[in-house]
Design a protein around this ligand. Structure first.
Ligand SMILES: *Cc1c(COP(=O)(O)O)cnc(C)c1O
Length: 412
């Protein structure tokens, strides 16, 4: 099919032609030619309630009739305020502030700028670098790319263009934590913050770390007075089994980034949430202390209405229970694949299941295989993963997992 679209992350000349989707519903993609695909990855893990949930659809159409958009410069509106109040409460403490944007990458950019200016506004100079982790993915814009995994081929062309940060392994043991603490104290005068995807590093390879690691990193940041930025764009809204991953470690981030599942996979919206402590140095009589950032469509009313409806669904429907069941099913069907000679590791947490092979998976042939089986899965380098909508049913999970099992048996 000829089309003018420049598609992401692919060699357009040789990539397999894209499937043409006409509509979607629940966990199903309906293709224009009548075929159906069972979606195992929920459009980059955004569609947590399944596609086209009637509550979100009706919130969107109602808001579109009243006001599609208005600038947030000098103006506010009810959908943004209501959502802002709910997001501000996600971090313990009062007077937290919520900064809206339209993508996870920009939420991360805002977090990096907020952390840097937090120090400048207090007259502390030189703290403008970040400690980040191997295996991280924080987005595709320049600041966000600079804190991604430094070896990641996704961004390797841009090394010379990016700011230099301080990447380090995620400390997994007491010894590694001590090394991490030393590393941080060596760079303390230059470091504005530490940025981490808590519990699951998603896009760069679905890697897990323990609650103890997360808590250890947070404690070291606290001891050293370094801001802890948690990027929950992927892990937020139930993906790891709790509404937010950081809840499992019983800690308080200084800055929290959310996106992806915020609108239940319906519209682009993201937010950067800062504690009152982080915000205070911005609150002064000096214009130069203001945050100079403002995406044109920030706080779009339709997107905010969709996000409010999505948050309501977490209260009205048993989403987290569904995630817990899903974790059991993923374990039940994926763990046996561990026996396959090319499988290095099988890991499941919350609504995420990953099968890691001992080499890169050919994306084209794998996608062909899964599409022929009526499944939509998109391997990430050496990992085949599932991150479906939470209301997916057990037989559907079984279908997806047996497609993975059969692919391994037939092709490897
Ligand atoms: C997807 C993702 C981003 C970037 O979000 P976009 O909306 O694609 O800009 C940032 N951080 C994490 C953890 C993500 O998974």
């Amino acid at each position: 099919m000829e089309h003018p679209l420049w598609l992401p992350y692919c060699q357009m000349k040789t990539a397999r032609p894209p499937e043409f989707v006409a509509r979607n519903e629940g966990v199903t993609l309906h293709l224009a030619d009548g075929r159906q695909l069972l979606d195992g990855i929920a459009s980059w893990w955004t569609a947590c309630h399944g596609y086209n949930h009637p509550d979100i659809v009706s919130a969107i159409s109602q808001q579109a009739r009243e006001m599609s958009h208005v600038m947030l410069g000098g103006l506010v509106h009810q959908p943004a305020i209501r959502l802002g109040e709910r997001l501000a409460r996600l971090i313990p403490g009062s007077n937290n502030k919520v900064f809206f944007s339209d993508s996870g990458s920009v939420a991360v950019e805002a977090a990096l700028k907020i952390a840097t200016q937090h120090w400048i506004n207090q007259g502390v100079s030189g703290k403008n670098r970040f400690v980040c982790f191997q295996g991280a993915y924080h987005g595709d814009t320049a600041g966000a790319m600079s804190v991604c995994d430094p070896e990641d081929s996704m961004h390797s062309h841009f090394k010379g263009f990016l700011l230099k940060q301080f990447p380090t392994p995620i400390p997994q043991t007491e010894n590694e934590l001590a090394t991490f603490k030393e590393f941080l104290s060596k760079h303390q005068s230059e470091v504005a913050g530490v940025i981490l995807e808590p519990l699951i590093q998603m896009a760069a390879g679905i890697r897990f770390h323990s609650v103890a690691s997360l808590r250890g990193i947070a404690n070291v940041c606290r001891e050293m007075g370094i801001l802890l930025i948690l990027d929950e764009v992927a892990t937020g809204f139930g993906r790891t089994g709790t509404l937010f991953a950081f809840e499992q470690a019983n800690l308080k981030p200084d800055i929290l980034c959310v996106g992806k599942g915020l609108t239940g996979g319906s519209l682009p919206l993201a937010a950067t949430i800062a504690t009152d402590f982080v915000y205070q140095p911005f609150h002064s009589d000096s214009q130069s202390h203001a945050l100079m950032h403002g995406p044109t469509y920030m706080g779009n009313p339709i997107a905010c209405a969709a996000a409010n409806a999505s948050l309501d669904l977490f209260e009205k429907e048993p989403r987290l229970e569904q995630v817990h069941e899903l974790q059991d099913w993923l374990n039940e069907y994926l763990q046996p694949l561990q026996a396959h000679p090319h499988v290095l590791d099988v890991r499941c947490r919350g609504a995420v299941g990953a099968v890691q092979l001992d080499r890169e998976i050919p994306l084209q042939t794998a996608t062909d295989y899964f599409v022929n089986r009526g499944c939509w899965l998109r391997p990430l380098r050496d990992v085949i993963y599932l991150a479906p909508s939470f209301p997916i049913e057990k037989p559907q999970v079984e279908t997806l997992c047996s497609a993975i099992g059969d692919y391994l048996t037939d092709q490897w």
